[in-house]
Design a protein around this ligand. Sequence first.
Ligand SMILES: C[S@@+](CC[C@H](N)C(=O)[O-])C[C@H]1O[C@@H](n2cnc3c(N)ncnc32)[C@H](O)[C@@H]1O
Length: 336
Amino acid sequence: MPAVRVQKHEAEKVKNLLKKLGLYDGKRRPKREENFVLLPVISSPKLMELGFEVIDVELPFRPERQIYKNLKSVLAEKLTKEELAYLRRYDIIGDIAVVQIPKELEHRQRDIIEALLIVHPFVKVIAKRGVHEGKFRVRKYEIIWGEKRLTTLHKENGVKIKVDLGRVFFNPRMKGERYRLAQLVQDGERILLMFAGALPYALVIARFKNVEITAIELNEDAVKLGLENIELNKDKLRGKIKVIHGDVFEVVPKLGTFDRVISPTPKDIDALSLALGEAEKWVHYYDFVHEDRFNEFKKRIEKECQKLGKQCEVRIKKIADYKPHVYKVCADIMLF
Ligand SMILES: C[S@@+](CC[C@H](N)C(=O)[O-])C[C@H]1O[C@@H](n2cnc3c(N)ncnc32)[C@H](O)[C@@H]1O
């Protein structure tokens, strides 16, 4: 990912200038290298025009704010140590707090609600989350406090995303991953986004890069929200997004190939060969893999590429914990 290399004594001044120009990437940390500092930036032709030395380097992401810790400290006054150990991570989606309350803490629900409202006074709904269900991967929710709605406006990576948790899949924890992809993409690319949902990936990529995205989604409610989301962000988007309502397995084979294919694949669906077949240069394929089977997964991808007469380089990246020893992973695949 891009960084500007500057002399140490100029670093502060250049950092302020980059911030002013909207080119500084505050999500990654700068790094010292002897007499130089590497400042993380958003890729833009403007950097070259300004005469900066731009290099490609992996700078670490800043950790997400540990809001969970604040909730824990508020609850520490009421819950026992044993009870605190059962407390799970929660999400703030727009003005909705989504919590998990394990059965060991059900008798503490009132305390958890009160503590959440101290830490997040702007929240209007608190919902308890259930499991993902059906082919649209929508979760079941129970509203345990506040207004009776599951629609809200969520802000992430500089875009507004209208969501309806009762009808459409949405995972706020993929914010960093969407940003990572947006930084890998180059201006001018033609991108296929399969399993597009309400378009969080498409919006974030199109916000940062001047690209053409074709997004496919089967859930009609998600398609409607996606179109609303394009309208909501139209002044900010550098790229174009076209949405097709349909089944990827029927629609995609008729579309021809793309520079890059992104597949946030729903659990238990195998779209690997479809994604590889439609891509010319890059595929980002998401799946759920046991920690002992990473190598097997990589081999499967290489074999699939071979079948299609393509060569590939595969890097498997852990994205999130799914269940003990099983991770949500992204295979970044370069084709040549
Ligand atoms: C894991 S969700 C990802 C959604 C979106 N990319 C996101 O991250 O919010 C998978 C999505 O694929 C959609 N879906 C499931 N099967 C599909 C199919 N055969 N064709 C197109 N979309 C499908 C679901 O409705 C759901 O929105």
